[in-house]
Design a protein around this ligand. Structure first.
Ligand code: NAD
Length: 423
């Protein structure tokens, strides 16, 4: 007994300290958010559809459905483009009778400045408790000289690990208005609409053993292990089949099973999972051929599923077909729980605070969130159609500027977008 008493006291003290710390952080973050002109809401806000009354009393518009989103504006252009996405979500919510409760938290460099860590515990907890997370971007010159585990990027890795998201969704859509921006011929890229589903937490980047050693000849060697378990392949295959069902109904599994045992297992398990998704047409392709085909004839692909390193390469190659990094959304999702939705680009510190950022990748990330997290297809489509209409009207930020178009800043792009959205 006497051994247990101090332990209980210790735990209680720990909890108290933690609670006080969390309260302090909440207060600080709330203060910061209010300073930036946001409307902060209590963390005990509504999830699902049942607590309409509390929404009304807190001054949030009552809607048929309500989703709690954590917003992580991060650094650089992050706050500028996040503002656009939030306004877009408000407007699309008004049109489609969807309510949102937003809670803003710090991550990356902003969190380092405020709390001395790129991922405060309170930020991660809030993300895990929400229905989905919308992230802008992290990083910047200011934090470049910090030691590796204190840098903003650590915040992002910690977030992905803490939220247990293992599937990275990277769409590469060539919009007709921007087909000229691609480095490939217009007739090859026009109409491209690929979704790359990349495994994010396994494979050669994480496999053990890894490290450095010495071979028989006394020469230094470096080595890594490419390993996948059955359950790791099964869960990413399920995500990919379900995405293919929502898209064109075709899934191409990409591996190197002519050489690698790990790929043979990958292929076997994908074929096994296919038994549950007979409405999806499954094909297989070696990674080297896929790299070639994505450039030669990208329109042949609908959804691609692949491992971590192959996906890293193929998703970057596919994204280049589109011609601009400022247009590319992405998501990281798990088997259940909130997903993390974010533009592919970084925090663009070179243009931060100059009203030059293209907010469209952020806005399209919000559309992905609506489609893949909540199944709100009509609302997602509204956003995508408004983006299309805005481009059709000739509005362009610097990164996608073409001859004869109207060069605008982030705020003018937002104004044009909001007009199209409210039509
Ligand atoms: P970057 O994507 O931030 O910028 C590359 C180039 O593209 C820059 O010239 C930038 O001005 C431009 N650009 C990017 N997004 C744009 C947008 N929305 N509108 C207009 N132009 C845009 O990549 P980088 O320069 O290599 O990295 C800058 C910082 O971002 C670094 O600290 C890096 O670590 C970080 N980063 C973060 C993420 C993330 O948060 N997921 C991803 C990549 C890089």
């Amino acid at each position: 007994m006497s051994n247990h008493a101090p332990k209980r006291l210790h735990k209680k003290t720990e909890r108290l300290i933690k609670e006080t710390h969390t309260k302090k952080m909440n207060a600080l973050q709330q203060q910061q958010h209010q300073l930036r002109g946001g409307s902060f809401s209590s963390s005990k806000q509504v999830r699902g559809t049942s607590r309409r009354a509390s929404l009304v009393t807190k001054g949030v518009r009552a809607a048929a459905k309500n989703y709690k989103l954590t917003l992580l504006p991060g650094d650089g252009i992050g706050p500028e483009i996040m503002k656009v996405a939030v306004d877009v979500l408000h407007e699309v919510g008004r049109k489609h009778d969807i309510g949102f409760t937003f809670e803003e938290k710090l991550v990356g460099g902003a969190a380092i400045d405020a709390f001395g860590t790129p991922l405060p515990e309170d930020t991660l907890e809030c993300c895990k408790q929400s229905d989905a997370v919308l992230l802008a971007a992290i990083g910047g010159y200011k934090w470049d000289t910090l030691e590796a585990n204190m840098r903003p990027e650590r915040g992002l890795l910690g977030l992905r690990a803490g939220m247990e998201v293992f599937a990275n969704l990277r769409p590469a859509v060539v919009l007709p208005q921007l087909a000229d921006a691609s480095s490939l011929k217009k007739d090859i890229v026009s109409g491209t609409d690929i979704m790359v589903v990349r495994e994010l937490t396994g494979g050669i980047y994480f496999g053990e053993p890894k490290g450095f050693g010495t071979n028989d000849k006394g020469e230094r060697i470096g080595f890594n292990t490419m390993v996948y378990s059955e359950s790791e392949v099964d869960r990413i295959a399920k995500v990919a089949f379900e995405i293919a069902q929502k898209r064109g109904g075709r899934l191409c599994s990409v591996e190197k099973s002519n050489v690698l045992e790990v790929s043979q297992l990958w292929k076997e398990r994908v074929i096994k999972q296919h038994e549950n998704y007979k409405d999806v047409e499954l094909s297989h392709m070696y990674i080297d051929n896929c790299a070639m085909q994505v450039i030669r004839d990208p329109k042949q692909f609908d959804t691609i599923v692949t491992g971590n390193i192959f996906g890293d390469i193929i998703s970057d190659a596919a994204s280049m077909l589109t011609g601009s990094i400022g247009m590319l959304p992405s998501a990281a999702v798990g088997s259940s729980g909130p997903g993390l939705y974010e533009p592919v680009h970084g925090s663009a510190p070179d243009i931060a605070g100059q009203n030059k950022a293209n907010p469209l990748a952020q806005v399209l990330s919000a559309a992905m969130l609506l489609r893949y997290q909540f199944g709100e297809e009509a609302a997602a489509k509204s956003i995508e159609e408004a983006v299309n209409a805005t481009l059709d009207q000739g509005f362009r930020t610097g990164d996608i500027m073409q001859e004869g178009m109207k060069l605008v800043g982030c705020t003018e792009m937002q104004e044009a977008l909001m007009k199209n959205l409210s039509k």
